[in-house]
Design a protein around this ligand. Structure first.
Ligand code: PLP
Length: 423
Protein backbone atom coordinates (compact mmCIF):
# COMPACT_ATOMS: atom_id res chain seq x y z
CA UNK A 1 0.00 0.00 0.00
CA UNK A 2 3.04 2.27 -0.35
CA UNK A 3 1.26 4.98 -2.37
CA UNK A 4 -1.28 5.69 0.39
CA UNK A 5 -0.91 8.03 3.39
CA UNK A 6 -0.22 6.78 6.93
CA UNK A 7 -3.84 7.00 8.17
CA UNK A 8 -5.10 5.06 5.15
CA UNK A 9 -2.50 2.35 5.72
CA UNK A 10 -3.53 2.06 9.40
CA UNK A 11 -7.07 1.34 8.24
CA UNK A 12 -6.59 -0.69 5.10
CA UNK A 13 -3.14 -2.22 4.84
CA UNK A 14 -2.64 -5.95 5.36
CA UNK A 15 -6.16 -7.10 4.47
CA UNK A 16 -7.79 -6.62 1.11
CA UNK A 17 -11.12 -8.47 0.93
CA UNK A 18 -12.18 -9.81 -2.45
CA UNK A 19 -15.70 -9.79 -3.86
CA UNK A 20 -18.17 -11.06 -1.24
CA UNK A 21 -15.54 -11.59 1.49
CA UNK A 22 -15.88 -10.11 5.03
CA UNK A 23 -15.13 -6.39 5.29
CA UNK A 24 -13.35 -6.93 8.62
CA UNK A 25 -10.22 -9.06 9.02
CA UNK A 26 -11.45 -12.56 9.97
CA UNK A 27 -10.00 -14.43 12.95
CA UNK A 28 -8.55 -17.64 11.53
CA UNK A 29 -8.75 -19.57 14.79
CA UNK A 30 -7.11 -22.67 13.34
CA UNK A 31 -3.83 -24.31 14.26
CA UNK A 32 -3.52 -26.04 10.91
CA UNK A 33 -4.21 -25.68 7.17
CA UNK A 34 -5.32 -28.41 4.82
CA UNK A 35 -3.38 -29.37 1.67
CA UNK A 36 -4.07 -31.86 -1.11
CA UNK A 37 -0.63 -33.15 -1.98
CA UNK A 38 2.42 -34.27 -0.03
CA UNK A 39 4.65 -32.33 -2.44
CA UNK A 40 2.95 -29.06 -1.56
CA UNK A 41 3.56 -29.56 2.17
CA UNK A 42 7.14 -30.65 1.48
CA UNK A 43 7.69 -27.40 -0.44
CA UNK A 44 6.39 -25.42 2.55
CA UNK A 45 8.81 -27.26 4.86
CA UNK A 46 11.69 -26.49 2.49
CA UNK A 47 10.72 -22.77 2.38
CA UNK A 48 10.39 -23.25 -1.37
CA UNK A 49 6.78 -22.07 -1.37
CA UNK A 50 4.86 -19.47 0.66
CA UNK A 51 1.81 -20.57 2.63
CA UNK A 52 0.51 -21.35 6.10
CA UNK A 53 0.93 -24.84 7.52
CA UNK A 54 0.90 -24.46 11.31
CA UNK A 55 -0.04 -21.38 13.35
CA UNK A 56 3.12 -21.49 15.48
CA UNK A 57 4.96 -20.40 12.33
CA UNK A 58 2.35 -18.32 10.51
CA UNK A 59 -1.40 -17.71 10.41
CA UNK A 60 -3.52 -15.58 8.03
CA UNK A 61 -4.90 -13.21 10.74
CA UNK A 62 -1.45 -12.74 12.23
CA UNK A 63 0.04 -12.29 8.75
CA UNK A 64 -2.38 -9.43 7.98
CA UNK A 65 -1.33 -7.66 11.18
CA UNK A 66 2.36 -8.27 10.35
CA UNK A 67 1.93 -6.84 6.88
CA UNK A 68 0.22 -3.73 8.25
CA UNK A 69 2.95 -2.99 10.80
CA UNK A 70 5.67 -3.66 8.23
CA UNK A 71 3.96 -1.27 5.84
CA UNK A 72 3.62 1.41 8.54
CA UNK A 73 7.28 1.15 9.52
CA UNK A 74 8.49 0.91 5.90
CA UNK A 75 9.96 -2.59 6.20
CA UNK A 76 10.22 -5.59 3.86
CA UNK A 77 8.55 -7.91 6.34
CA UNK A 78 7.54 -8.38 9.96
CA UNK A 79 7.16 -11.16 12.50
CA UNK A 80 4.52 -10.86 15.22
CA UNK A 81 5.39 -12.36 18.60
CA UNK A 82 3.61 -13.23 21.84
CA UNK A 83 5.08 -10.20 23.68
CA UNK A 84 7.49 -7.31 23.36
CA UNK A 85 10.00 -9.36 25.35
CA UNK A 86 9.89 -12.18 22.80
CA UNK A 87 10.25 -9.63 19.97
CA UNK A 88 13.52 -8.42 21.55
CA UNK A 89 14.62 -12.00 22.17
CA UNK A 90 14.01 -13.16 18.59
CA UNK A 91 15.41 -9.93 17.10
CA UNK A 92 18.69 -10.54 18.94
CA UNK A 93 18.90 -14.34 18.58
CA UNK A 94 18.54 -13.99 14.80
CA UNK A 95 21.83 -12.04 14.86
CA UNK A 96 23.86 -13.20 17.89
CA UNK A 97 25.18 -16.71 18.46
CA UNK A 98 26.51 -18.20 21.68
CA UNK A 99 29.77 -16.40 22.57
CA UNK A 100 28.74 -13.19 20.84
CA UNK A 101 27.98 -9.79 22.28
CA UNK A 102 25.97 -6.61 21.80
CA UNK A 103 25.71 -3.17 23.31
CA UNK A 104 22.79 -1.04 24.54
CA UNK A 105 22.23 2.11 26.60
CA UNK A 106 21.41 1.57 30.28
CA UNK A 107 18.25 3.71 30.23
CA UNK A 108 16.19 1.07 28.40
CA UNK A 109 13.02 -0.55 29.77
CA UNK A 110 13.82 -2.55 32.94
CA UNK A 111 12.53 -5.84 31.49
CA UNK A 112 14.82 -5.48 28.45
CA UNK A 113 17.73 -4.72 30.78
CA UNK A 114 17.25 -7.90 32.82
CA UNK A 115 16.63 -9.99 29.67
CA UNK A 116 19.93 -8.73 28.25
CA UNK A 117 22.05 -8.67 31.41
CA UNK A 118 20.81 -11.87 33.01
CA UNK A 119 18.79 -14.28 30.84
CA UNK A 120 20.64 -13.86 27.54
CA UNK A 121 23.92 -14.20 29.48
CA UNK A 122 22.74 -17.72 30.43
CA UNK A 123 22.46 -18.48 26.68
CA UNK A 124 26.08 -17.30 26.28
CA UNK A 125 25.17 -13.96 24.68
CA UNK A 126 26.59 -11.02 26.61
CA UNK A 127 25.65 -7.34 26.63
CA UNK A 128 27.56 -4.23 27.67
CA UNK A 129 25.69 -1.10 28.67
CA UNK A 130 26.65 2.52 28.20
CA UNK A 131 25.30 5.71 29.72
CA UNK A 132 22.76 7.61 27.63
CA UNK A 133 25.20 10.54 27.80
CA UNK A 134 28.25 8.49 26.67
CA UNK A 135 30.46 9.92 23.91
CA UNK A 136 31.03 8.11 20.60
CA UNK A 137 34.52 7.14 21.83
CA UNK A 138 33.12 5.65 25.06
CA UNK A 139 30.50 3.67 23.12
CA UNK A 140 32.97 2.43 20.50
CA UNK A 141 35.38 1.32 23.23
CA UNK A 142 32.77 -1.36 24.13
CA UNK A 143 32.69 -2.79 20.58
CA UNK A 144 34.77 -5.99 20.28
CA UNK A 145 35.26 -8.39 17.34
CA UNK A 146 32.39 -10.53 18.70
CA UNK A 147 29.99 -7.55 18.98
CA UNK A 148 27.12 -8.06 16.53
CA UNK A 149 24.56 -5.31 17.06
CA UNK A 150 23.53 -2.11 18.83
CA UNK A 151 20.14 -2.11 20.59
CA UNK A 152 18.38 1.18 21.44
CA UNK A 153 14.98 2.68 22.33
CA UNK A 154 13.73 5.59 20.21
CA UNK A 155 11.87 7.00 23.22
CA UNK A 156 13.14 5.46 26.42
CA UNK A 157 10.86 3.95 29.05
CA UNK A 158 10.46 5.45 31.63
CA UNK A 159 12.92 8.35 31.14
CA UNK A 160 11.36 9.52 27.83
CA UNK A 161 14.81 10.38 26.43
CA UNK A 162 14.65 10.81 22.64
CA UNK A 163 17.41 8.91 20.85
CA UNK A 164 19.65 10.78 18.43
CA UNK A 165 18.81 8.15 15.85
CA UNK A 166 21.09 9.28 13.05
CA UNK A 167 24.08 9.36 15.39
CA UNK A 168 23.43 5.73 16.39
CA UNK A 169 22.80 4.67 12.78
CA UNK A 170 26.22 6.11 11.87
CA UNK A 171 27.94 4.54 14.87
CA UNK A 172 26.48 1.12 14.09
CA UNK A 173 27.14 1.19 10.35
CA UNK A 174 30.68 2.56 10.76
CA UNK A 175 31.38 -0.63 12.75
CA UNK A 176 29.55 -2.97 10.34
CA UNK A 177 26.71 -3.57 12.82
CA UNK A 178 22.92 -3.43 12.49
CA UNK A 179 20.97 -0.99 14.67
CA UNK A 180 17.87 -2.38 16.40
CA UNK A 181 15.41 0.26 17.59
CA UNK A 182 12.64 -0.45 20.09
CA UNK A 183 9.99 1.97 18.81
CA UNK A 184 7.30 1.06 21.36
CA UNK A 185 6.59 4.44 22.96
CA UNK A 186 6.94 6.48 19.77
CA UNK A 187 4.96 4.15 17.47
CA UNK A 188 5.37 4.42 13.68
CA UNK A 189 2.93 7.36 13.71
CA UNK A 190 5.35 9.60 15.62
CA UNK A 191 8.63 8.21 14.28
CA UNK A 192 9.69 5.71 11.62
CA UNK A 193 13.27 4.70 12.51
CA UNK A 194 13.85 2.95 9.16
CA UNK A 195 13.47 6.31 7.36
CA UNK A 196 16.50 7.47 9.39
CA UNK A 197 18.59 4.38 8.57
CA UNK A 198 17.70 1.92 11.39
CA UNK A 199 17.93 -1.73 10.33
CA UNK A 200 15.48 -3.56 12.59
CA UNK A 201 12.54 -2.10 14.50
CA UNK A 202 10.81 -3.87 17.35
CA UNK A 203 7.64 -3.12 19.29
CA UNK A 204 5.87 -4.15 22.38
CA UNK A 205 2.51 -3.95 20.58
CA UNK A 206 0.96 -4.41 24.03
CA UNK A 207 1.30 -0.63 24.38
CA UNK A 208 -0.02 1.99 21.91
CA UNK A 209 -0.52 -0.42 18.99
CA UNK A 210 -3.13 -2.37 20.92
CA UNK A 211 -3.89 0.81 22.84
CA UNK A 212 -6.82 -0.54 24.84
CA UNK A 213 -4.89 -2.73 27.30
CA UNK A 214 -6.48 -5.93 26.01
CA UNK A 215 -3.56 -8.07 24.80
CA UNK A 216 0.16 -8.72 25.09
CA UNK A 217 2.17 -8.91 21.88
CA UNK A 218 5.22 -7.79 19.95
CA UNK A 219 6.52 -7.26 16.43
CA UNK A 220 9.93 -7.41 14.74
CA UNK A 221 10.21 -5.43 11.49
CA UNK A 222 13.06 -5.85 9.01
CA UNK A 223 14.10 -2.81 6.94
CA UNK A 224 15.69 -5.14 4.39
CA UNK A 225 18.56 -2.65 4.11
CA UNK A 226 21.34 -4.19 6.20
CA UNK A 227 24.18 -5.91 4.34
CA UNK A 228 24.43 -9.29 6.10
CA UNK A 229 27.15 -10.35 3.64
CA UNK A 230 29.77 -8.04 5.21
CA UNK A 231 31.60 -11.03 6.70
CA UNK A 232 30.34 -10.70 10.29
CA UNK A 233 27.18 -12.82 9.94
CA UNK A 234 28.08 -16.19 8.38
CA UNK A 235 24.97 -17.89 9.80
CA UNK A 236 22.83 -15.71 7.53
CA UNK A 237 24.98 -16.21 4.45
CA UNK A 238 26.30 -19.77 4.77
CA UNK A 239 24.30 -22.92 4.10
CA UNK A 240 21.87 -23.98 6.86
CA UNK A 241 21.81 -27.80 7.17
CA UNK A 242 18.35 -27.53 8.83
CA UNK A 243 16.94 -26.37 5.50
CA UNK A 244 18.85 -28.64 3.10
CA UNK A 245 21.80 -26.30 2.74
CA UNK A 246 19.85 -23.12 1.93
CA UNK A 247 21.60 -19.74 2.41
CA UNK A 248 19.19 -17.06 3.72
CA UNK A 249 20.85 -14.16 1.94
CA UNK A 250 21.15 -16.06 -1.38
CA UNK A 251 17.59 -17.40 -1.30
CA UNK A 252 15.66 -14.54 0.30
CA UNK A 253 17.80 -11.49 -0.52
CA UNK A 254 16.63 -8.41 1.38
CA UNK A 255 14.20 -10.51 3.47
CA UNK A 256 16.96 -12.87 4.73
CA UNK A 257 16.80 -11.70 8.34
CA UNK A 258 13.03 -11.81 8.81
CA UNK A 259 12.70 -15.19 7.05
CA UNK A 260 15.36 -16.65 9.35
CA UNK A 261 13.67 -15.10 12.42
CA UNK A 262 10.47 -16.96 11.54
CA UNK A 263 11.83 -20.16 10.00
CA UNK A 264 14.32 -20.86 12.78
CA UNK A 265 13.51 -18.95 15.97
CA UNK A 266 9.72 -18.73 15.82
CA UNK A 267 9.64 -22.35 14.68
CA UNK A 268 11.86 -23.46 17.59
CA UNK A 269 10.83 -21.12 20.42
CA UNK A 270 7.12 -20.95 19.57
CA UNK A 271 6.58 -17.45 20.98
CA UNK A 272 3.79 -16.77 18.49
CA UNK A 273 0.95 -14.25 18.65
CA UNK A 274 -2.52 -15.77 18.84
CA UNK A 275 -4.91 -14.99 15.95
CA UNK A 276 -7.36 -13.39 18.40
CA UNK A 277 -4.70 -11.05 19.81
CA UNK A 278 -3.58 -10.21 16.26
CA UNK A 279 -7.20 -9.30 15.47
CA UNK A 280 -7.34 -6.97 18.52
CA UNK A 281 -4.00 -5.41 17.67
CA UNK A 282 -5.06 -4.86 14.09
CA UNK A 283 -8.19 -3.15 15.42
CA UNK A 284 -6.06 -0.96 17.68
CA UNK A 285 -3.75 0.00 14.82
CA UNK A 286 -6.72 1.29 12.83
CA UNK A 287 -7.11 4.22 15.25
CA UNK A 288 -3.43 4.73 16.11
CA UNK A 289 -3.09 8.20 14.49
CA UNK A 290 -6.12 9.73 16.22
CA UNK A 291 -5.17 8.22 19.56
CA UNK A 292 -1.52 9.32 19.37
CA UNK A 293 -2.52 12.89 18.54
CA UNK A 294 -4.80 13.08 21.59
CA UNK A 295 -2.33 11.24 23.90
CA UNK A 296 0.34 13.75 22.87
CA UNK A 297 -1.91 16.80 23.25
CA UNK A 298 -3.10 15.77 26.73
CA UNK A 299 0.39 14.75 27.87
CA UNK A 300 1.91 18.09 26.87
CA UNK A 301 -0.79 19.90 28.87
CA UNK A 302 -0.11 17.67 31.91
CA UNK A 303 3.67 18.16 31.57
CA UNK A 304 3.26 21.95 31.48
CA UNK A 305 0.97 21.84 34.51
CA UNK A 306 3.44 19.70 36.47
CA UNK A 307 6.34 21.95 35.56
CA UNK A 308 4.66 24.91 37.26
CA UNK A 309 3.55 22.99 40.37
CA UNK A 310 5.37 23.75 43.65
CA UNK A 311 5.30 20.09 44.83
CA UNK A 312 7.07 18.87 41.70
CA UNK A 313 10.88 18.80 41.61
CA UNK A 314 11.42 18.04 37.91
CA UNK A 315 9.49 16.97 34.80
CA UNK A 316 10.64 15.14 31.68
CA UNK A 317 8.56 15.21 28.52
CA UNK A 318 10.12 15.38 25.02
CA UNK A 319 8.34 18.56 23.93
CA UNK A 320 8.94 20.62 27.09
CA UNK A 321 11.49 23.29 26.19
CA UNK A 322 13.35 22.36 29.40
CA UNK A 323 13.70 18.74 28.25
CA UNK A 324 17.29 17.59 27.58
CA UNK A 325 15.75 15.79 24.56
CA UNK A 326 13.93 18.82 23.16
CA UNK A 327 16.21 19.21 20.12
CA UNK A 328 15.95 15.50 19.28
CA UNK A 329 12.19 15.62 19.84
CA UNK A 330 11.81 18.43 17.32
CA UNK A 331 14.15 16.65 14.88
CA UNK A 332 12.61 13.17 15.05
CA UNK A 333 9.12 13.13 16.59
CA UNK A 334 5.81 14.24 15.10
CA UNK A 335 4.50 14.75 18.67
CA UNK A 336 5.56 13.76 22.19
CA UNK A 337 3.52 10.56 22.86
CA UNK A 338 1.65 10.04 26.12
CA UNK A 339 4.36 9.22 28.66
CA UNK A 340 5.74 11.71 31.19
CA UNK A 341 8.24 11.08 33.94
CA UNK A 342 8.48 13.45 36.86
CA UNK A 343 9.81 13.64 40.38
CA UNK A 344 7.67 14.78 43.30
CA UNK A 345 9.50 16.85 45.91
CA UNK A 346 10.73 14.36 48.51
CA UNK A 347 11.61 10.69 48.14
CA UNK A 348 10.12 7.21 47.99
CA UNK A 349 7.38 7.92 50.59
CA UNK A 350 6.16 11.07 48.80
CA UNK A 351 6.17 9.14 45.49
CA UNK A 352 4.01 6.40 46.98
CA UNK A 353 1.68 8.94 48.65
CA UNK A 354 1.07 10.66 45.31
CA UNK A 355 0.19 7.33 43.68
CA UNK A 356 -2.08 6.29 46.58
CA UNK A 357 -4.10 9.51 46.31
CA UNK A 358 -4.92 9.29 42.61
CA UNK A 359 -8.55 8.43 41.89
CA UNK A 360 -9.28 8.70 38.15
CA UNK A 361 -5.70 7.78 37.27
CA UNK A 362 -5.22 4.10 37.95
CA UNK A 363 -2.14 2.47 39.45
CA UNK A 364 -1.32 0.08 36.63
CA UNK A 365 1.85 -1.65 35.46
CA UNK A 366 1.38 -0.49 31.90
CA UNK A 367 1.78 2.42 29.50
CA UNK A 368 -0.01 3.27 26.29
CA UNK A 369 -3.55 2.61 27.47
CA UNK A 370 -6.36 4.96 26.39
CA UNK A 371 -7.07 5.45 30.14
CA UNK A 372 -4.63 7.51 32.24
CA UNK A 373 -2.40 5.42 34.47
CA UNK A 374 0.55 5.93 36.78
CA UNK A 375 3.39 3.86 38.17
CA UNK A 376 6.24 4.23 40.65
CA UNK A 377 9.14 2.45 38.83
CA UNK A 378 11.47 2.43 41.85
CA UNK A 379 9.12 0.20 43.86
CA UNK A 380 7.59 -1.62 40.86
CA UNK A 381 8.97 -2.23 37.31
CA UNK A 382 12.60 -1.52 38.21
CA UNK A 383 12.65 -3.00 41.72
CA UNK A 384 14.68 -6.02 40.54
CA UNK A 385 17.53 -3.78 39.42
CA UNK A 386 20.23 -3.03 41.98
CA UNK A 387 20.19 0.48 43.47
CA UNK A 388 23.28 1.28 41.40
CA UNK A 389 21.64 0.08 38.15
CA UNK A 390 18.47 2.03 39.01
CA UNK A 391 20.48 5.23 39.39
CA UNK A 392 22.38 4.47 36.14
CA UNK A 393 19.02 3.99 34.38
CA UNK A 394 17.82 7.34 35.78
CA UNK A 395 15.29 5.78 38.17
CA UNK A 396 15.27 8.09 41.20
CA UNK A 397 13.18 7.11 44.27
CA UNK A 398 10.74 10.00 43.65
CA UNK A 399 10.20 9.23 39.92
CA UNK A 400 6.59 8.81 38.81
CA UNK A 401 5.74 7.55 35.34
CA UNK A 402 2.46 8.84 33.99
CA UNK A 403 0.82 7.44 30.90
CA UNK A 404 -1.66 10.12 29.92
CA UNK A 405 -4.88 8.85 28.35
CA UNK A 406 -7.66 10.29 26.26
CA UNK A 407 -10.01 11.52 29.02
CA UNK A 408 -11.04 15.18 29.25
CA UNK A 409 -7.90 17.11 30.12
CA UNK A 410 -9.65 19.03 32.96
CA UNK A 411 -10.48 15.72 34.68
CA UNK A 412 -6.92 14.42 34.38
CA UNK A 413 -5.44 17.67 35.72
CA UNK A 414 -7.88 17.84 38.65
CA UNK A 415 -7.00 14.27 39.67
CA UNK A 416 -3.26 14.97 39.56
CA UNK A 417 -3.63 18.27 41.41
CA UNK A 418 -5.59 16.63 44.25
CA UNK A 419 -3.00 13.84 44.60
CA UNK A 420 -0.19 16.41 44.73
CA UNK A 421 -2.05 18.42 47.37
CA UNK A 422 -2.33 15.27 49.51
CA UNK A 423 1.46 14.87 49.77
N1 PLP B 1 9.98 -2.47 25.24
C1 PLP B 1 9.47 -1.42 25.92
C2 PLP B 1 9.93 -0.04 25.60
C3 PLP B 1 8.50 -1.63 26.91
O1 PLP B 1 8.00 -0.58 27.56
C4 PLP B 1 8.10 -2.95 27.20
C5 PLP B 1 7.10 -3.22 28.25
O2 PLP B 1 6.74 -2.36 29.01
C6 PLP B 1 8.67 -4.01 26.48
C7 PLP B 1 9.60 -3.73 25.51
C8 PLP B 1 8.27 -5.43 26.76
O3 PLP B 1 7.01 -5.65 26.22
P1 PLP B 1 5.94 -6.75 26.71
O4 PLP B 1 5.48 -6.31 28.06
O5 PLP B 1 4.90 -6.69 25.66
O6 PLP B 1 6.64 -8.04 26.76
Amino acid sequence: MSKYGFNTKCLQSGYDPKNGEPRILPIFQSTTFRYESADEVAALFDLAKEGHMYSRISNPTVAAFEEKISDLEGGVGALATSSGQSASLIAILTICNNGEHFIAPNNIYGGSFTLFSSTLAKFGISASFFSKDASDEEIESLIKPETKLIFTESLSNPGVDVLDLERFVNLAHKNGLPLIVDNTLATPYLLRPIEHGADIVIHSSTKYIDGHATSVGGVVVDSGNFDWTNGKFPHLTEKDPNYHGLSYTETFGEAAYIVKARAVFMRDLGTCLSPFNAFLMNLGTETLPVRMDRHSENALAVAEFLESHPKVEWVKYPFLKSSPSYENAVKYLKAGSGVISFGVKGGIEEGKKFIDNLKLTALIVHVGDIRTCALHPGSMTHRQLSEEDQIKAGITPNLIRLSVGLENIEDILEDIEKALEAI
